[in-house]
Design a protein around this ligand. Structure first.
Ligand code: ATP
Length: 333
């Protein structure tokens, strides 16, 4: 049980701007929250809630949360200065797993880099960090002066939770440990100056996703969905989650939109077609484009060279570049 574990456990409470001190010793925890005298009574229920949550953590023998009666610091919350050199953070998210979120995140990031923007990619998918494989990265980041140096691939700076924990173990990590690792990648990696950092979010709309959305403070989110009804329902939840934390949705991408037989050219709409465009119109967010279901996309991902690199002139690369252009334009607005 470390200070970082406690800080990570406190993340969902969104009290970073009040955190005045965290002390941990032998399973005993004390947390101080800054509050003016006038605020103390109002904050008492929150104080008790935080204390109860800490006491329920495995490994915590005792926990006390105190309100320190002086002015709350006026500096911005810690999360806002986690990435000082990064101009824009974009979250790529999906309401459900397996819809091609990581594939879109990788190709979007490479397309942004190809357009001349200094781009980073952060694989925050705790349920299955797949970006190192998709980018052909086999090494691990160096640590210099206590900071991890992101690896470079296809013009991107890359960090992945997969660098910090073996893929098969990510799932069984406890929440605080996962948040600790994500904090490390957000705050203690040497990202340097970046125009855009693309964050591949864990699929779904649970607590981990919400906390991460708050921590990474994205300037916008891209939601990936297939045309299928069930995936669209989940995508809608994703849009709602970002609205809850005040992150604008830059748009929806429809992945696996259609399939063209490479032999006869016949077009099949395996998961339906056009659902994401209709959904985007319904909820009033931009529709960013359609990506077909194509063998080349899967092969490129498995071979460690994203399709925008492997087949830069192809239909799919063009579709990804159009999505990147829309995203870059939305950010510049
Ligand atoms: N348009 C596509 N055409 C062909 N294969 C695709 C396409 N999009 C994704 N895939 C393949 O589908 C599989 C799942 O994709 P991916 O890992 O990107 O999904 P995900 O939504 O990030 O999944 P998870 O929820 O597990 O993180 C991968 O093997 C990928 O190569």
């Amino acid at each position: 049980m470390t200070e970082d574990d406690i800080r990570a456990a406190l993340a969902p409470f969104n009290i970073a701007n009040r955190l005045d001190g965290v002390h941990v010793q032998g399973g005993m925890v004390q947390v101080s929250l800054a509050a003016t005298r006038d605020e103390a009574a109002k904050l008492e229920p929150l104080r008790r809630e935080v204390e109860a949550a800490l006491r329920a953590m495995p490994g915590v023998k005792s926990a006390t949360v105190v309100l320190t009666a002086h002015a709350a610091p006026s500096s911005p919350p810690a999360a806002e200065v986690l990435l000082p050199g990064v101009k824009h953070v974009i979250a790529v998210a999906s309401g459900k797993g397996g819809v091609g979120k990581s594939t879109v995140a990788v190709n979007l990031a490479v397309a942004l880099a190809q357009s001349g923007l200094k781009t980073g990619l952060l694989d925050a998918d705790i349920y299955g960090p797949s970006l190192p494989k998709m980018l052909g990265i086999t090494s691990r980041p160096e640590v210099r002066d206590g900071k991890m140096i992101p690896l470079e691939a296809w013009g991107l700076k890359v960090m992945s939770i997969g660098f910090l924990v073996p893929e098969e173990k990510a799932l069984i990590w406890r929440g605080p440990m996962v948040m600790g690792a994500l904090n490390q990648m957000l705050g203690q990696a040497e990202w340097g100056e970046l125009d855009v950092l693309v964050v591949d979010m864990p699929p779904g709309t649970g607590d981990a996703q919400l906390t991460l959305a708050q921590k990474a403070k994205p300037h916008g989110a891209v939601i990936v969905s297939t045309p299928q009804d069930i995936a669209l329902l989940d995508a809608r939840r994703g849009v709602q989650m970002f609205a809850q934390v005040g992150v604008p949705v830059l748009g929806i991408v429809e992945n696996m939109s259609y399939f063209c037989c490479p032999n006869c050219g016949h077009r099949s709409e395996i998961f339906g077609h056009g659902g994401a465009r209709a959904e985007a119109e319904r909820i009033g967010v931009p529709f960013l484009g359609e990506i077909p279901l194509q063998l080349a996309i899967r092969e490129a991902g498995d071979n460690g060279a994203p399709v925008v690199v492997a087949q830069p002139e192809g239909e799919v690369a063009t579709a990804f570049r159009n999505v990147a252009a829309e995203v870059a334009q939305a950010l510049s607005r």
